[in-house]
Unconditional design. Sequence first.
Length: 398
Amino acid sequence: MPDSKNPFSAEELDQIRKETPGVQHVVHFNNAGASLMNIQVAQKVSEYLDHELRYGGYETAIEYRQQIEATYQNIADHLQCNFREVAIMENATVAWQQALLSIPWKPDDIILTSRAEYASNYIAFLQLQKRLGVEVKPIPNNEFGEVDVQALESIIQPRVRLIAITHIPTNGGLVNPAAEIGSIARKYGIWYLLDACQSAGQMSLNVKEIGCDFLSATSRKFLRGPRGVGLLYVNERILPGLEPVLLDLHGATWDTPTSYRIRPDARRFENWEFNLAGVLGLSEAIAYASSLGIDRIWQRIQYLADLLRTGLEQIPDVSVHDLGRVKSGIVSFKGPFNSKRMKLRLGKAGFNTSLIVPEGTLLDMQDRGLGEMIRASVHYYNDENEIRQFVSYIKEHI
């Protein structure tokens, strides 16, 4: 029977695993990289490509127009926003950078960000610093390793233009207090960009409660959609004042020989060319997650991650390096072994994991004096037996 910690019944989990063929081949603990798709998502992508194969790309897009349009509402329902605030992008990095670069920056503007920020994001900040004279300032952490909300408020000043936070960092397990940060951003009238790559599909997201102006996410991680698709939320309140750094005939209309008109909704950030099969796969993935219940998914993930952390911590000389009062499905650990070689050995034994490298979250890793580690990230379709097998393998191969 399901309970508050493990909310799926044995029958439900059996059906979920039957609909996830990959579990018959691997123990997949790389969901923070890319989750295993289910049959429904794969079939939706395949169906679209098969139609395109037979009838042509443009013609298939017309045939599936209604389903493609419905994707925007599915995303909006997942984020609890208006579909006019949703754009579908090539990937989460493009979505995030389109948001960042649409802000009208001035020299000496300040970006406040977390110390656990991902390398791709921080490199973009450094580029703005180099090109435009924008200043990047990391926010101190609290005792739990999260963004310190009180410290954040104490360093607010008139030159702060943006607060940019990764909701769930790529390693370390923690969940940053996104809504508390949003309250401060609103209080001081500062723009707020949230990277939700690891939280979308893992936990409930309500952009109005969070208070962010922008949110970016990907299809391939905890949403369990295909690769090559991302999404961007832009608060409709700020849309009229934003011009994307890249515009084409999809995001704008060429009105006269010397003028163009930007479309009024968030799709101004899109390009005309889409991976439409992937878009439908994303839509199906969101629908599947919604049918299970995102709160139940979050409870199941936390339950499995706690089991994994507990099992690893009981192995002598293995240490788990996760932070935060609220912990996600990402588990980071090291032991008396070379993490890179152990990751390869795990892969050959049928366990999918990721290698954490210091340059991925440089400030955080330097702060904690950490080198390479292994990241094991669980999802609701994993089971207790897989965790036992994984922990036993680590224990036996130290």
